[in-house]
Design a protein around this ligand. Structure first.
Ligand code: SAM
Length: 293
């Protein structure tokens, strides 16, 4: 386990993932009934952007760093409000470089948006990262942090006892076969919790088997599946990340419209070359017209 998210926290891929996560949690709050967020690959929860690791790559400067002080068109500002408010709340004093020193990872961001009745279950397998995450949530009765293989949690922790909620699956993609694992993991989890919202993250990079991945997802017995992808640069001359994608199962009926507004803005704002691109489409099904939360 070599992957450490501190090197990438707040980068362009985090921006899309966390903006969507904040939308999903906001949507779940439309009903009073409690919900649970299950975060299978949680990371350390709170990232120090002034740390040696984050400064070494500086990836956040091309992600949240380009957004936090940007002039936003009103519809985009409304969509990003829960996400950017959380980031600002963590940086009340301001500071150098756009005033950012802290950045919330997925479990922290979700937790910041909770009401008293909502719950978090977060899994992290790396021993050091687990310790840090566990300490961050120490004493928080709304959160349960477990050192467990997140893929196992998709079986053992579903369905949640609240019977409402969101499952984020955000693996590090440091070993072969993670796309296939995502498909298998989703199939297993959906069988146990077919009314849940699922959000899966995947990388876009040269040679990635995206077509096969999408075809395998389409072959699952899942009726509503939305795909959002954002590439900030061409993958031709780089081996690293050119972009990232999200699969959202059972998306809120508003999400497609929000992404149709957000993605073109992010594409322009986060572009690193002229090949930046974005798309949002239904892999399976379409949202019904009048579905509540
Ligand atoms: N979800 C986090 C966020 O958005 O802030 C970032 C997570 S990072 C991409 C992936 C994390 O998964 C790493 O912290 C890594 O240590 C952890 N990890 C790797 N394999 C795991 C596994 N099998 N089960 C749980 N965590 C795992």
């Amino acid at each position: 386990m070599n992957y450490r998210h501190i090197y990438h926290a707040g980068n362009f891929a985090d921006v899309l993932k966390h903006a969507v996560l904040a939308r999903l949690v906001t949507y779940l709050k439309q009903k009073d009934k409690a919900f649970r967020v299950l975060d299978t690959h949680a990371g350390i929860g709170l990232y120090d952007l002034s740390s040696e690791e984050a400064q070494k790559t500086g990836e956040w400067r091309e992600g949240i760093g380009r957004l936090i002080d940007a002039e936003l068109p009103a519809p985009v500002a409304a969509i990003l409000e829960p996400y950017l408010s959380a980031v600002r709340d963590l940086n009340p004093e301001g500071g150098p470089e756009g005033g950012l020193t802290h950045y919330p990872g997925s479990p922290k961001l979700a937790r910041m948006l909770f009401r008293p009745q909502d719950r978090l279950s977060a899994m992290e397998l790396h021993p050091d990262d687990y310790e840090i995450l566990h300490r961050l949530f120490d004493g928080d009765f709304q959160s349960r942090i477990t050192r467990l293989d997140g893929w196992l949690a998709l079986g053992a922790h579903l369905p949640p006892k609240e019977k409402r909620g969101l499952v984020l699956v955000d693996p590090p993609f440091e070993v072969e076969g993670e796309y296939e694992r995502l498909v298998d993991g989703l199939a297993k989890a959906y069988r146990r919790f077919s009314s849940g919202i699922f959000c899966l993250w995947y990388p876009l990079k040269k040679g990635a088997p995206i077509k096969d991945f999408h075809e395998a997802l389409k072959a699952l017995e899942i009726t509503k599946m939305l795909c959002a992808e954002l590439s900030v640069r061409s993958d031709r001359h780089i081996t690293g990340l050119a972009g990232s994608g999200l699969i959202v199962v059972n998306p809120p009926y508003t999400l497609k419209g929000e992404l149709d507004t957000l993605l073109p803005f992010l594409k322009t704002r986060l572009a690193q070359d002229r090949f930046a691109s974005a798309r949002c489409f239904w892999l399976r099904g379409e949202a019904p017209l009048n579905r509540g939360p």
